[in-house]
Design a binder for this molecule. Structure first.
Ligand code: GLN
Length: 483
């Protein structure tokens, strides 16, 4: 069931909220030992919230179209009085004293937040292998990665533990795991959803967004998550709600297929599935044409310079003093900082802090950081030019299907390069929807990406929803092996 289908049954009183919650919990208990998608299941507060939701439903006054639905939340979005660890030793004991604005919106809409979802440490990664809780496994093939960094959120939905989940996307962390796990995931326009209470990785790129059973779920969730927030100066909310825009109609919409995104390095089967999807859009009446999009060659270097630079600054707050992990028996302040940070952060996070500090240092700032900012401007201009002719762009999410666990840890550069089709969207602040479009020869899911102009999230979702109203790729579910 999708989140909206479950809500429909709850609101028609064909099913009780407590039963839906306990079914989700049973399914999680049964499958989580194999998948390791969920790191915590909160009972007390969730049961109370479920009873209140049932009462509202009985009185015919649901707070939102998703009132009473249990979902998962990635472990870097603060929920009051709950552990928010970022899957890091550094924050292993951190209990948040406040709700992130996104969490507050979800609660105000009546959703239940029982499950914390696994992730790469501090959201730095593409495979969910750097978590202190151990790697998440792909429900389609337990020897493979679910993608990352929001791999726990995607895998929990794919395995059917929860109908929907919330993640964050700095360079692809919602869209890429959605593609590897065959669920639908949306990275909203930068500024659509407040980042207040989202633990910062790279502030100019981070955005919270939904995973669901289909584009309609994502639209309903995004309408709940979005909204202006005085506590995040970069957040303006969305100009138009997304769910009402789902007309099922893409006739006359101009969709560009950027040639550069189908070039060398793209797996043949991934290419084939996406071109088949393009044909389906043509049959539905969209105008689909090849186009050119400048800047792809700059995307990875620009992203990894800027993301690491911002990360090195954001993560400087974990100094072993204010909160977070503190090394024992340090003798001088200097050794306290050094040891707390060395012991509290994992290898990948330390690597990024070092890279970021380097590109920001006096002798290299102009050569790296400033250049990356100029590249970012070029990438933006490339999209601006494409959107003068096209309403949307259709392209791959990742060059291949899910990699085997362990592969990327040995070769971080290769892992960085696999973000090639997602990071530009963050650099330009655009909305990107990732949705399933079939399987490869090994029965692994292939995802496609629809990109729209900034703040046209409703159009991106409308196209994705129209595609899903006429196809069945999103209904494909894995048979999860029990551990
Ligand atoms: N894989 C990218 C990175 O490691 C993106 C991660 C993300 O979006 N949080 O930076």
């Amino acid at each position: 069931m999708t989140a909206l289908e479950l809500a429909g049954r709850l609101h028609k009183r064909e099913m009780r909220v407590l039963d839906a919650l306990s079914e989700a919990q049973k399914k999680t208990q049964a499958l989580n030992p194999s998948v390791n998608a969920v790191t915590e299941w909160e009972e007390t507060e969730t049961l109370r919230a479920a009873e209140q939701a049932q009462k509202r439903i009985d009185e015919g006054k649901p707070l939102s179209p998703l009132d009473g639905v249990p979902i998962g939340v990635k472990d870097l979005i603060c929920i009051k009085d709950r552990r928010t660890s970022c899957a890091s030793r550094m924050l292993a004991d951190y209990v948040s004293p406040y709700d992130a604005t996104a969490a507050a919106h979800l609660k105000a809409a009546g959703l239940l937040l029982p499950a914390r979802c696994n992730m790469d440490e501090f959201a730095m990664g593409s495979t969910t292998e750097t978590s202190v809780y151990g790697p998440t496994r792909n429900p389609w093939d337990l020897t493979r990665s679910p993608g990352g960094s929001s791999g726990g959120s995607a895998a929990a939905v794919a395995a059917g533990m929860l109908p929907a989940a919330i993640g964050s996307d700095t360079g692809g962390s919602i869209r890429q795991p959605a593609a590897y796990c065959a669920v639908t995931g949306m990275k909203p326009s930068y500024g659509a959803v407040s980042r207040y209470g989202l633990v910062a990785y790279a502030s100019s790129l981070d955005q919270i967004g939904p995973f669901g059973g289909d584009a309609a779920d994502c639209a309903a969730l995004l309408d709940i998550l979005a909204g202006p927030d005085g506590r995040d100066a970069t957040c303006s909310g969305l100009p138009a709600p997304c769910f009402p825009a789902l007309s099922g109609d893409v006739r006359g919409i101009r969709i560009g297929l950027p040639r550069e995104y189908f070039g060398e390095g793209l797996d043949e089967e991934v290419r084939a599935r996406i071109l088949e999807a393009a044909d389906i859009f043509r049959e539905l009446g969209a105008d689909v044409e090849e186009c050119s999009l400048e800047g792809l060659d700059l995307a990875i270097p620009a992203y990894y310079v800027l993301a690491c630079a911002e990360a090195s600054s954001n993560l400087s707050r974990y100094d072993g003093l204010k909160y977070g992990y503190r090394a024992e028996d340090a003798e001088t302040p200097d050794s306290l900082y050094r040891r707390s940070r060395t012991e509290g952060f994992g290898r990948e996070v330390r690597r990024r802090i070092l890279l970021g500090s380097f590109v920001l240092s006096a002798g290299y700032y102009d050569a790296y950081y400033k250049k990356a900012k100029a590249a970012r401007a070029l990438i933006r201009r490339g999209f601006d030019a494409a959107f003068r002719t096209f309403d949307l762009l259709l392209c791959p999410v990742a060059p291949s299907t899910a990699p085997r666990l362990g592969e990327s840890l040995q070769d971080p550069l290769k892992m960085y390069l696999s973000d090639i089709y997602t990071v530009s969207v963050n650099l330009a602040g655009l909305p990107g929807l990732s949705l399933p479009c079939g399987l490869d020869g090994q029965d692994l899911p292939v995802g496609m990406q629809l990109i729209g102009p900034r703040f046209r999230d409703e159009l991106v979702l409308r196209a994705g929803d129209a595609f899903q109203k006429h196809t069945r790729f999103h209904l494909n579910k894995p048979e999860v092996k029990r551990a």
